[in-house]
Design a protein around this ligand. Structure first.
Ligand SMILES: *Cc1c(COP(=O)(O)O)cnc(C)c1O
Length: 220
């Protein structure tokens, strides 16, 4: 099946209200253009350099998502154009995003990344760390970032009930933060969870944004 068919069949399985981010990391510009021609506009990359290179090459109405771990010293390369940063895991990084967004005269949308999986190698905050961040004076004074939700990854396993319970944890973290810090804020509405292997479960558990790579573009 073609890239176009894969996108259509995923779209067919999920509600229109769920955003499909096509994860194009390691894939060439031609593959992205196939998806673009099929109407896809949201694309995700996990490396800054690759993202910046593809931004230069490809149509300017693409919305680029940075989904991988982000080092503060690299924010400047994506700040002029990035649409959503999924992987904010600390105040220092958020402060740098705010600074670079200000330089570019923009407000950059961000998600707080949470660690819910069993693997220690995955990045992300726990709930206490997130609340400390949101309560800090530094965060309150940032005018050029906007936190629009949360992101997380389930464990890499075929244990469906473990995956489901990790997605439920993310949903409950979202609900809790919505109530405590974003009650009046309609922009805080995204739960970015679900990849090729688990997006159906993620959507059942309340995902608003799935990040799908290999099911669309083939294995890497
Ligand atoms: C690579 C990646 C994905 C997509 O993974 P697939 O299994 O290919 O769908 C989603 N989210 C993040 C953070 C990734 O790094």
């Amino acid at each position: 099946m073609s890239v176009e068919h894969h996108i259509a069949s995923i779209r067919n399985e999920i509600n229109d209200s769920v955003t499909l981010v096509a994860v194009s990391k390691t894939k060439p510009a031609e593959a992205i253009l196939d998806a673009y021609t099929a109407g896809q506009r949201e694309f995700g990359e996990n490396k800054v350099q690759e993202l910046a290179g593809k931004f230069e090459l490809l149509p300017k109405d693409i919305h680029w998502h940075l989904i991988g771990h982000l080092q503060s010293n690299k924010v400047k390369y994506i700040a002029p154009f990035v649409s959503l940063i999924h992987s904010v895991d600390g105040l220092k990084l958020l402060a740098e995003i705010n600074k670079q967004a200000l330089k570019n005269n923009r407000v950059i949308d961000c998600l707080l990344q949470f660690h819910v999986a069993t693997e220690e190698t995955k990045f992300g905050l726990n709930q206490t760390e997130a609340i400390d961040l949101l309560n800090s004076d530094a965060y309150t004074s940032m005018k050029n970032i906007r936190i629009v939700g949360i992101m997380g990854m389930a464990s890499f396993t075929d244990n469906i009930s473990l995956i489901r319970s990790e997605f439920q944890s993310l949903k409950s973290i979202f609900d809790s933060l919505k109530g405590s810090h974003f009650r009046e804020d309609d922009a805080f509405k995204e739960i970015s969870m679900g990849m090729s292997g688990d997006y159906k479960i993620a959507v059942e558990e309340g995902s608003t944004m799935i990040r799908v790579g290999s099911t669309i573009f083939g294995s890497r």
